[in-house]
Design a protein around this ligand. Structure first.
Ligand code: C2E
Ligand code: MG
Ligand code: MG
Ligand code: MG
Length: 287
């Protein structure tokens, strides 16, 4: 009796696994096609200088415009792209598209791109990035590369070489999601970054009474004393941006100033006179 039940359960389990493997294999081949067909497109999220809240640049965030499932966020495909080695292809295409889009924007606007740990191991990373910048006529000074500490744990010397070559081109390096996962002072001691991005788990709805506020304050001071600038990501409230600006945080990013948007929406935002752009950002804040 027990055995029979057991076998039945096993059969159900196995077919569920088959289905999952099938779904996964399908997603993988769809993703491969999607990258080739340009279904992965860059969305752009505003980054503002504090305390003025003037637009100084955007972060490029990948979105998959799936033919049947709609718009998919990175949580649906970045991990698979990494595991299957497609991430490089995906990100270089995204960077190329972002550089092309940025040609229509004011020349002072910066663009920041995320480089995943797996892609960071590409020994031709720097050459490929330079190739894309050259081909699209984009100045390296406008580009910022965001990496997380996960990218640095394997081989510190290789990481140092890659970071230094990028910085020698004039590209700036931001340490993303600071305060999560592997975060330690070790990488700040051993490597030279240009910017530190405080993870949004510290930032969302922060208030002065919050315990996290003490950590954020300390991170901002630490960053400044090392000669880095600081961005707070995930700013959603008026009170938090005022507090962050008061602590000397240099840049801010978050739904308060705008969610990631299409190139068309960026075009509309930038087509307005500069004062109007500030008004839009301020109005979002008031809303
Ligand atoms: P990230 O680089 O830390 O990007 C910030 C994430 O926070 C984005 O999520 C953004 O939409 C979200 N965000 C921004 N402001 C707010 C806010 O006020 N509230 C909340 N709740 N969320 C906010 P997204 O676009 O889903 O991307 C998630 C992660 O996927 C990124 O985290 C990055 O690690 C990765 N990613 C995105 N695009 C790429 C890419 O092109 N290449 C690689 N390698 N990774 C990417
Ligand atoms: Mg400032
Ligand atoms: Mg990022
Ligand atoms: Mg982040």
């Amino acid at each position: 009796q027990g055995k029979k039940d057991g076998r039945g359960t096993y059969r159900v389990f196995k077919s569920a696994m088959d289905l999952e493997l099938k779904a996964r294999a399908q997603l993988e081949s769809e993703l491969r096609e999607a990258i080739l067909n340009g279904e992965i497109e860059p969305f752009y999220q505003p980054v503002v200088a504090l305390p003025e809240k003037t637009l100084i640049g955007v972060e490029v965030l990948a979105r998959w415009r799936h033919p049947t499932r709609g718009l998919l966020t990175p949580a649906h495909f970045i991990a698979i792209a990494e595991e299957t080695g497609m991430i490089g292809d995906l990100c270089y295409r995204l960077l190329r598209q972002a550089c092309l889009d940025a040609r229509a924007w004011p020349a002072h606007l910066q663009i920041a791109i995320n480089i995943s740990p797996q892609q960071f191991q590409d020994r031709w990373l720097c050459e490929r990035i330079l190739g894309i910048l050259t081909e699209t006529g984009m100045s390296p000074a406008r580009l910022e590369v965001e990496i997380t500490e996960t990218a640095l744990v394997n081989d510190l010397e290789a990481a140092r070489t890659t970071l230094t070559s990028l910085q020698n081109l004039g590209v700036r390096i931001a340490l993303d999601d600071f305060g999560t996962g592997y975060s330690s002072l070790y990488h700040l001691r051993e490597l030279k970054f240009d910017k530190l991005k405080i993870d949004r788990s510290y930032v969302d709805s922060i208030t002065m009474s919050d315990e996290r506020a003490k950590l954020v304050d300390a991170i901002i001071k630490l960053s400044a004393s090392l000669g880095l600038v600081t961005t707070a990501e995930g700013i959603e409230t008026d009170a938090s941006v005022d507090w962050l600006a008061g602590q000397g945080c240099d840049f801010g990013q978050g739904y308060l100033f705008g969610a990631p948007m299409t190139r068309e929406a960026m075009g509309v935002l930038l087509a307005s006179p500069p004062e109007a752009v500030q008004a839009v950002l301020a109005a979002r804040q008031a809303a």
